[in-house]
Design a binder for this molecule. Structure first.
Ligand SMILES: C[S@@+](CC[C@H](N)C(=O)[O-])C[C@H]1O[C@@H](n2cnc3c(N)ncnc32)[C@H](O)[C@@H]1O
Length: 370
């Protein structure tokens, strides 16, 4: 993420400064297509019927919260507790330090996010030009929802999801399996194993992204594809509706600092850093796109509106988990300070005058055939 705050009037500039300078893509829908412009970073049209009340915490919020989601059963091993939330057992030393909880609340957010990301890709699970993949690996699989859907779509593929936490369901398609593993270490798979390796939503998870991509390169078959779909911590607008000194600017600044302190950056897609790291790991031609996922019901386009509703629901659900460990343990804030900050972020997410969106980036690349 860029350390600079997204300025309101300069939000469009900010979006191109902090987001990768690549092709902008909005979900495939007739309205979105009609609204498309040659501008490489088109804005999202605002629904003229959308009510501009300051606070969205009324009926609209009720509607959004009414979306039904599935709770995931977790197998509890030695989880770590922090202020009533559970985390994977960091253990210190050489063990991975992943900062988000692994409890039902956070897992539900992951499943909501999966839905809105699939909508964002036009009901697709990937962008790489795959043809009949047989061995597939999903790094940091979370609840395994992507791996399960992918296994359903490709019944002839053996799909493996790995994660630090055993938070995946046990009833899964026969061609899908999960393993507990730390992807920051040398991977246990032999060279040239996989046709496709997928990484999604692992911002702030690794100290050394190049070494992760190097392992991906080693474990891919020649001609196999790596794809990484990742978010930025920027919350921006294109129309100056968000003030320069908003809580989202503070959010961005704090997470920039926390990433520096933790040694695990939250700025992965910003300035196409991940594309550079893939190339340093040996990949050659890397394609990438950026996406805007609106926050709330403000877009005119039906698909964008749905994405916005799910996005706001997921963000509100996930927000405490995004910040609790990072702000207390990494930044040294008190629990009370974190709650005050989170209340301001929630108010920002509900502000109907702000036409906010999050930025996501996808990059995909092929291991050379020889
Ligand atoms: C934000 S979640 C995303 C889950 C899933 N990829 C998705 O898009 O729904 C990040 C996941 O990465 C896992 N993770 C973080 N660091 C990891 C590591 N070093 N090795 C394996 N998994 C890791 C976390 O446990 C968490 O489940």
């Amino acid at each position: 993420m860029a350390d600079s705050a997204p300025s309101p009037s300069a939000a469009a500039a900010s979006s191109s400064a902090s987001a990768p300078a690549t092709t902008e893509f909005t979900p495939a829908s007739p309205a979105a297509a009609a609204a498309a412009s040659p501008d490489p970073a088109p804005g999202i049209a605002v629904d003229p019927r959308f009510h501009h009340d300051e606070d969205d915490a009324d009926s609209a919020l009720g509607d959004e919260n009414a979306l039904s989601t599935t709770s995931i059963n977790s197998t509890i091993f030695e989880y770590r507790n922090l202020h009533g939330r559970t985390y994977h057992n960091f253990g210190g030393g050489e063990k991975a330090e992943y900062w988000a909880p692994n409890d039902d609340t956070q897992n539900e957010q992951l499943d909501i996010n999966h839905h809105l990301l699939s909508l964002t890709l036009g009901n697709k699970l990937y962008l790489a030009p795959l043809s009949n993949p047989k061995k597939v690996l999903d790094i940091g699989t979370g609840t395994g929802i992507w791996a399960i859907d992918f296994a359903d779509e490709f019944p002839d593929a053996a799909v493996t999801g790995i994660d630090l936490s055993p938070i995946q369901p046990s009833w899964v398609p026969p061609n899908c399996s999960f393993e507990l593993d730390d992807a920051s270490k040398e991977w246990t798979y032999p060279d040239n194993t996989f046709d496709y390796i997928h990484i999604r939503y692992m911002i702030g998870s690794f100290k050394d992204w190049q070494s992760v991509y190097r392992e991906a390169y080693r474990c891919l078959k020649p001609g196999g594809w790596l794809e990484h779909f990742e978010c930025s911590s920027s919350v921006l607008c294109d129309d100056g509706s968000i003030p320069e000194d908003s809580i989202f600017s503070e959010w961005k600044r704090v997470f920039h600092e926390a990433g520096e302190k933790l040694g695990q950056t939250f700025e992965v897609i910003d300035d196409d850093r991940y594309v550079g790291w893939m190339k340093e790991a040996g990949f050659k031609d890397v394609q990438s796109r950026t996406f805007k996922t609106p926050v709330g019901s403000w877009p005119a386009d039906k698909t964008m509106k749905e994405i916005g509703q799910f996005n706001r629901l997921g963000l509100e659900m996930g927000i405490e988990g995004f910040g609790l460990y990072v702000l207390t343990h990494i930044m040294g804030w008190s629990y009370e300070e974190v709650q005050v900050f989170m209340a301001k972020v929630r108010a920002g997410l509900r502000n109907k005058k702000w036409h906010a969106y999050c930025v996501w980036g996808a990059a995909w690349t092929q291991k050379p055939l020889e």
